[in-house]
Design a protein around this ligand. Structure first.
Ligand code: MG
Length: 385
């Protein structure tokens, strides 16, 4: 039979132990809501055919908006067991032959763990990641040490817990609702199902308490991307001259689309380049009259918002203005400060350089000003963005 493996991401808890006003599954980790990380990991995994998200009743719309590529968002129940059962029922309705039930408070399920859980279902009714306990375990009472518990054969259990559909469906159907279950795997075991252990991962550590958010952030890997931008505008008498967001008194100004701030346009393209979001002309077409005379700072802010939407953070910007006149030196600090302000950076993370072209070419003849820029951003390392 054709396998159809559906991931059920359970984010139905109130998350009160994590502190804060917002349930923990919606709080940001590495630039996006925690639940979005696990959803993305399953959605991009080749062994997973669909993703179902289980959230507190009434929260479906808010969660779906934050979660990313989810096939179905459903309401959970009053307990973890009921939420899990709702997820299993929804997975069955979507034609699942196997389900992976995962806790959204474990935001970074590694691809190899997902693959190992799915593969183990070929020879067991269930499978789950687990880590052998490395620390000595001891009893304690009233702050005093008691007996040591042998750790041989002890494991920390994690999720995703995977099951053949019939095994988990029957386990929920036959469970005595007066009893609370520790997890889905124990329910399947109770019916005699075999649950295989696969190698777990420290990436699966759970976010429960406020300090766990910092620990989760520390597990995120980042990549740095640098991209460039280039722009030219013509110098004309009777125009205002705007360079790097600063109005400069000069005999000529730049003409063209918007305020023709060649420096901010080059920076905008550099920022757009870091998230492969096209160029400034695609976002703000010169043919669109609403951008005539527009202040170019808003273009740069828009590019910044796209970087942030990808979970990114600008770390550095570098701008070179190429012209014979005006002299940039007297305006250097003002331009650096304005660009830094637009990018929410300290001025020490904005570099401004100026050069001439030795009276050669269009810049040398004073016909126009050119600008080139580079921007560096830090993005969480992931394959789907
Ligand atoms: Mg331009």
């Amino acid at each position: 039979m054709q396998q159809r493996v559906i991931a059920v991401v359970v984010a139905a808890g109130g998350g009160s132990r994590a502190g804060g006003d917002v349930p923990k599954q919606y709080r940001p980790v590495a630039g996006r809501p925690m639940l979005a990380h696990a959803v993305a990991a399953f959605a991009r995994h080749p062994a997973i055919d669909a993703v179902i998200l289980v959230v507190p009743p009434g929260d479906e719309a808010r969660a779906a908006a934050l979660a990313g590529p989810v096939d179905r968002t459903i309401a959970g129940g009053a307990t973890r067991r009921e939420s899990s059962a709702a997820g299993v029922a929804a997975a069955e309705a979507l034609g699942a032959t196997a389900v992976l039930i995962h806790d959204a408070a474990r935001p970074f399920p590694p691809a190899d763990v997902i693959a190992a859980v799915v593969a183990a279902l070929a020879h067991a009714e269930g499978a789950m990641p687990a880590l052998a306990v490395a620390d000595t375990l001891a009893q304690g009472r009233d702050g005093m040490l008691g007996d040591v518990t042998p750790r041989d054969g002890l494991f920390r259990v994690q999720t995703p817990q995977g099951f053949r559909l019939a095994a988990i469906r029957d386990a929920h159907a036959r469970w005595n609702p007066a009893e609370e279950a520790t997890d889905d795997a124990q329910m399947v075991r109770r019916l005699g199902g075999r649950v295989a252990l696969v190698q777990g991962s420290a990436m699966l550590d759970k976010v429960t308490y406020p300090q766990d958010f910092a620990a989760a952030e520390a597990r995120v890997q980042y990549e740095y991307r640098t991209a460039t931008g280039f722009d030219v505008h013509r110098l004309e008498p009777g125009e205002e001259l705007w360079l790097g967001g600063v109005r400069i008194d000069h005999s000529h100004g730049l003409s063209g689309h918007s305020d023709a701030d060649v420096g901010l346009h080059a920076l905008t393209d550099a920022l757009l380049g870091t998230v492969a979001a096209g160029d400034i002309g695609q976002h703000f077409p010169p043919s669109d009259p609403q951008w005539r005379g527009a202040e170019s700072g808003q273009f740069l802010r828009h590019a910044l918002s796209l970087v942030r939407a990808a979970g990114g953070e600008v770390t550095f910007a570098d701008l070179t203005l190429i012209c014979e006149a005006p002299k940039i030196g007297p305006h250097r600090d003002a331009i650096r400060e304005r660009v830094a302000e637009l990018l929410d950076l300290p001025p020490t993370r904005v570099s401004l350089k100026a050069t001439t072209t030795e009276r050669l070419g269009f810049t040398g003849r004073g016909e126009g000003i050119a600008a080139q820029a580079a921007a560096t951003v830090r993005l969480p390392l992931r394959i789907d963005a």
